[in-house]
Design a protein around this ligand. Structure first.
Ligand code: A2R
Length: 323
């Protein structure tokens, strides 16, 4: 079985490539031309701004299944660069769908739990039928990509499965995400690189976190067993508060950390609870999250400790995964 991972140079892409290879797939993966990739993986340069370039890669690699991860994936950047976000996530998505049209290649489109946006009170756990009310530019573009996926699946009988992924984390993730950020701060404190104080935003919000290694297993299984034209929530189905995550990080770091609220990290419109119903993916693929949050946090803490030690040894303070 041949798989093509588009957007394989990002955080999730490396894990998905490993997951597929470990299950016997012959994997090709693309990255944005000029993108700096950690490790020594060989990736094919591809900007999804060009339908012709996508067609050429499909011709070169002749995949049975395509996983589409390429995205402008930062919510913060989506406010600053709405046109770029729409270019990559919407026009790039159309370019891919057009390149795939008539080719009979199973496709897994990766969307986001952010698409649900301003959810109704008591709507959790969110089923895939819940109306979407995206609350930021990134979420709107992901909802749009998914709608296009459904339209192409119906109109052209294309074999497309869509994922809505909730928060995921693990070793190697950018510190723009909360678990990685807390673990990096704790690792800096443990190594004496920072005062023993972690800066935090709203600790009351409850979110659903899954380990990235579980998430890529879900993507593989959606490729293998997901029903064409269907949308699947990918998450643990059990939200925890950001405060509980912080307590776990502090306990594991075990170096006397205190907590300080940083006003700039407080978000005005934080939704109190976001939690998916994950019964559909379990029913159709047998997938459910298996890796505990404690393991995700422990491994992410270890990742940052090693990263910071290596950085200090090299005398280099601008690591490339620290975007
Ligand atoms: O922005 P960069 O240099 O990190 O490159 C990203 C790449 N990308 C593109 N690839 C091809 N053509 C483009 N025009 C283009 N623009 C950006 O897609 C990056 O390597 C990759 C997305 O990876 P990350 O930003 O690390 O996201 P992550 O965490 O791996 O999430 C993967 C998917 C995304 O669709 C998210 O929206 C979703 O999972 O949650």
């Amino acid at each position: 079985m041949k798989a093509l991972v588009i957007g394989g140079g990002g955080f999730v892409g490396g894990y998905l490539t490993e997951e597929l290879a470990a299950h016997g797939y012959e994997v090709s993966a693309t990255c944005l031309p000029g993108e700096i990739i950690s490790g020594d993986r060989e990736l094919l340069p591809l900007d999804i701004g060009s339908k012709e370039d996508i067609s050429a890669i499909l011709g070169e690699t002749s995949p049975d299944v395509v996983f589409h991860l390429a995205a402008q994936s930062s919510v913060a950047l989506s406010w600053k660069e709405p046109q770029l976000t729409a270019e990559v996530n919407v026009i790039g998505g159309i370019n891919l769908l057009e390149a795939l049209r008539g080719k009979n290649i199973r496709t897994v489109l990766i969307g986001s739990g952010e698409e649900y946006g301003y959810i109704r009170q008591n709507a959790c756990p969110l089923s895939e039928d819940e109306p979407l009310r995206p609350g930021n530019v990134y979420a709107a573009t992901k909802a749009c990509q998914e709608m296009l996926g459904q339209i192409y699946a119906r109109a052209y009988s294309m074999d497309i499965v869509m994922a809505r992924s909730f928060n995921h984390s693990g070793p190697g993730q950018s510190r723009a995400f909360v678990i990685s950020d807390f673990c990096r701060q704790a690792a800096e404190i443990g190594l004496g690189l920072k005062a023993p104080e972690i800066a935090v935003g709203n600790l009351g919000a409850r979110r659903d976190f899954t380990d990235v290694r579980d998430v890529v297993r879900a993507y593989r299984l959606l490729g293998e067993k997901g029903i064409s034209g269907e949308i699947y929530n990918v998450g643990r189905g059990k939200a925890v508060s950001i405060g509980e995550i912080l307590d776990c990080v502090i306990a594991m770091a075990d170096c006397g950390i205190s907590v300080k609220t940083d006003e700039s990290r407080l978000r005005a419109a934080d939704i109190p609870l976001i939690e998916p119903d994950v019964s559909k993916i379990l029913r159709d693929t047998g997938w459910q999250a298996e890796i505990s949050l404690e393991k995700t946090i422990g491994d992410t803490l270890d990742y940052w400790r090693n990263f910071l030690r290596d950085e200090a040894q090299r005398g280099d303070f601008c690591g490339k995964t620290d975007k």
